[in-house]
Design a protein around this ligand. Structure first.
Ligand code: TMP
Length: 250
């Protein structure tokens, strides 16, 4: 991370868990603290993104994985300049969604990774989770967005795939924060995410200034724990085995 560079934060998790609300609230809170923040989402609101978003019945498996990855590479054209301006880019769905949903669609995890390892890597992946029954009820209330959410028990399956995705990303050295949103108000979820982002930002600033890279590790209990989501404001952040966190590939 070089001085003045922003952060890319991915908000991930199964359908119905509250990702888009969290993205909006986190961005608003960051701005209210005077930090430059940009909310975005995937698939993007472009022709390519809309093809993916509305084409989940038509496109499946490897074809969908490639479509989503192409949209993600294009999204980099918006994300990269924002990061260079020092902004905190908060993205509703990113690589973990592909690892979960495309693998759920039968695509090999390594193939999904191959498609994604050269996109801009997130500095932090926030894995919003919840009890599958609670999510299922929310999903039933808001209606399914795609075929991934239509099948009975889809939330149980999705939760398991997102947990796998978290494990996979950790092994790749990504920083993953688990937040259990089952019985926690959306504002509290957002505040705990913002607290982690602010700590990470300070950590990067200290690192850039040549000081010890210890702040995040000290301030978050269980920092190297296995994605075990914790309710409410407490959350576990795990970097890779080397503790160096995510590296952004461009
Ligand atoms: P949603 O965010 O409104 O639930 O819809 C996003 C749609 O795009 C949903 O059908 C899932 C799909 N999608 C993937 O399959 N993989 C991905 O990596 C992303 C970002 C989205």
């Amino acid at each position: 991370m070089t001085a003045g560079r922003g952060l890319l934060v991915a908000i991930e998790g199964p359908g119905g868990v509250g990702k888009s609300t969290a993205t909006a609230l986190v961005t608003r809170l960051l701005k209210s603290e005077g930090l430059p923040a940009l909310a975005t989402r995937e698939p993007t609101d472009t022709d390519l993104g809309n093809l993916a978003r509305h084409g989940t019945d038509e496109y499946q498996g490897e074809a969908m994985a490639c479509l989503i990855a192409a949209d993600r590479f294009m999204h980099g054209e918006e994300i990269r300049p924002a990061l260079e301006r020092g902004e905190i880019v908060v993205c509703d769905r990113y690589i973990a969604s592909s690892l979960a949903l495309q693998c759920m669609d039968g695509v090999d995890q390594e193939f999904v990774w191959l498609l994604n390892e050269r996109v801009i890597q997130p500095d932090l992946t926030v894995m919003v989770s919840g009890q599958p029954d609670v999510i299922e009820a929310r999903l039933a209330a808001r209606g399914a967005h795609s075929r991934y959410e239509r099948a009975d028990g889809s939330s149980h399956v999705e939760c398991a795939y997102f947990a796998e995705a978290a494990k996979f990303l950790r092994k790749k050295g990504h920083r993953v924060l688990g937040v259990d949103a089952s019985h926690v108000p959306a504002e509290e979820v957002a505040r705990s995410i913002v607290a982690a982002i602010v700590r990470l930002r300070k950590d990067h600033q200290n690192h850039d200034a040549g000081r010890a890279d210890v702040q995040l590790e000290q301030s978050v209990p269980g920092a190297r724990g296995e994605a075990a989501p914790v309710s409410g404001a407490a959350a576990g952040v795990g970097a890779g085995a080397d503790g160096d966190g995510a590296q952004r590939g461009v």
